[in-house]
Design a protein. Structure first.
Length: 164
């Protein structure tokens, strides 16, 4: 019965909840970022989107894999998370507040689900992650657009959406 309720809620017209669009990124914790880059570099060809002191971002076009170095096992799961793309991050924030779900004290919208999984919510219009118009249409997302900053980031990679 629960599955049926969830399925119906995905198709209803409830505008108080954001709809899932996709996965923007996955963040993994590693013992050593350089070793991890060597390991993944032996398996995959990729560009490096960027580096921080203890992290690296493997570019996958409009998505990425984040690698974060963890020195102390006690600090584990501080960076381990995945980024969900939604059509309305503000709606997610309102729902989390209404459900009394604690949001993590970071920039952005991160929270833990009841099982301890860290989830970062990002708004489709603000990031590089892009779906083709035909896919958006098939998902019921006609009119979902990108911010000027997101378009500029995509344009730098030669992946900007065509002018309409």
């Amino acid at each position: 019965m629960m599955l049926q309720r969830q399925f119906q809620s995905m198709n209803d017209s409830d505008t108080s909840r954001a709809r899932l669009v996709g996965i923007n990124h996955v963040a993994l914790e590693v013992g050593d970022v350089d070793d991890a880059l060597d390991f993944y570099g032996e398996i995959f060809a990729f560009g490096l989107r960027g580096r921080t002191g203890s992290g690296a971002f493997l570019d996958m076009g409009d998505q990425f894999l984040a690698l974060s170095e963890v020195d102390d096992p006690e600090d584990s799961d501080q960076h381990h998370h995945f980024g969900l793309v939604v059509d309305d991050a503000d709606a997610v924030e309102r729902r989390l507040e209404a459900l009394d779900v604690e949001m993590l004290p970071v920039s952005g919208l991160d929270f833990l689900d009841p099982w301890g999984n860290r989830i970062q919510v990002v708004d489709y219009e603000e990031i590089q992650f892009t779906k083709a118009d035909r896919v958006l249409h098939g998902m019921g997302f006609d009119g979902l657009e990108k911010s000027d900053d997101a378009v500029a980031e995509l344009d730098e990679k030669g992946m900007a959406p065509p002018d309409e």
